[in-house]
Design a binder for this molecule. Structure first.
Ligand code: AFP
Length: 288
């Protein structure tokens, strides 16, 4: 099945990238990506690798990434999977050897497209273990990625992952003085009940929400009314994973999966986690 082949290809290229990280550490390109952020040599290298491997998969006809300004569509026929990738999510963590990973979503139509058109999404986490978490067919599964294994896309660690009912952690990007006042007050109401933990890489911050229950947000900031994260490459895949695991996502008003996608590199405020926390946050923002 093409989707299985796509996931298998993500797993294989992830191991190549993990092996090449130390060689690409610390090198600047002096360039910016299409969102105007500093581009590291590791970002460009990972993007080339992932693009080549994924466009080789039968059934994958389009590739878009945070690192290139336009989508790459192969052939005349637009039917097939259009893959949106953050090839090295959290790459600034490479300098300090903190966790980072790969984020991806496979859409059934040309990009940009809304998250409702995702047929699968997932992330690879380069942590103490290299794991791949995938949402497809209404189920979230976690795989261990290892070399020399017969398992594809990896050794199954868990199937049917659901957010724990009792949340324990939260992490919020940006600095508190930059948040809207209702968000600051909402966060204050969580303190004491939840523990604050923030990795600075979306894959790691979402992974801990999936494991412990809680909330992650990269909200609207005074200096960035649309937040920092990109809808196609970051917001949609994590929303799809968290919603499939029984949680909720929001741009502050509605599910991220319903946010119309107008531009490839469009930013969006991201809030994901246990339903009661995201509903509480939406209420707090609406009352402002
Ligand atoms: P980098 O890829 O530049 O490290 O950015 C990572 C990221 O896009 C996302 O993975 C994090 O959630 C967010 O930015 C962290 O941003 P701050 O550095 O502002 O905390």
């Amino acid at each position: 099945m093409p989707l299985d082949e796509l996931l298998d290809a993500v797993g294989r290229v992830a191991l190549e990238i993990r092996d090449g990280l130390s060689a690409h550490r610390g090198t600047e390109t002096g360039q910016e990506n299409p969102s105007g952020e500093r581009q590291l040599a590791a970002d460009v290298w990972a993007d080339e690798r992932v693009r080549a491997r994924l466009l080789d998969v039968p059934g994958v006809v389009g590739y878009a990434s945070e690192e290139r300004s336009t989508a790459d569509v192969h052939g005349e026929d637009a039917d097939g999977y259009h893959v949106a990738v953050d090839p090295l999510d959290g790459s600034s963590n490479l300098a300090t050897n903190n966790p980072l990973g790969i984020l991806f979503g496979a859409y059934d139509r040309p990009l940009p497209a809304a998250g409702r058109h995702l047929v699968a999404s997932g992330y690879v986490l380069f942590g103490p273990l290299t794991t791949m978490t995938v949402a497809r067919d209404g189920t979230v599964s976690e795989y261990l990625l290892e070399r020399d294994t017969n398992h594809t896309p990896g050794r199954l660690l868990e199937q049917g992952l659901q957010l724990p009912a009792e949340p324990t952690v939260f992490g919020i990007g940006g600095s508190a003085p930059e948040w809207q006042k209702p968000l600051r007050e909402y966060v204050r109401s969580l303190e004491g009940r939840l523990k604050q933990r923030y990795a600075g890489a979306l894959v790691a911050d979402v992974n801990q929400v999936l494991g412990y229950g809680g909330m992650f947000a990269y909200p609207q900031l005074r200096s960035r009314p649309d937040g920092k994260l990109r809808l196609l490459f970051e917001g949609n895949p994590v929303a799809h994973i968290i919603e499939t695991a029984g949680g909720r996502s929001s741009n502050g008003e509605q599910s991220l999966l319903d946010v119309p996608a107008e531009r490839l590199h469009q930013r969006v405020p991201v809030h994901v986690g246990n339903s009661e926390l995201i509903e509480g946050l939406e209420r707090a923002l609406a009352e402002s």
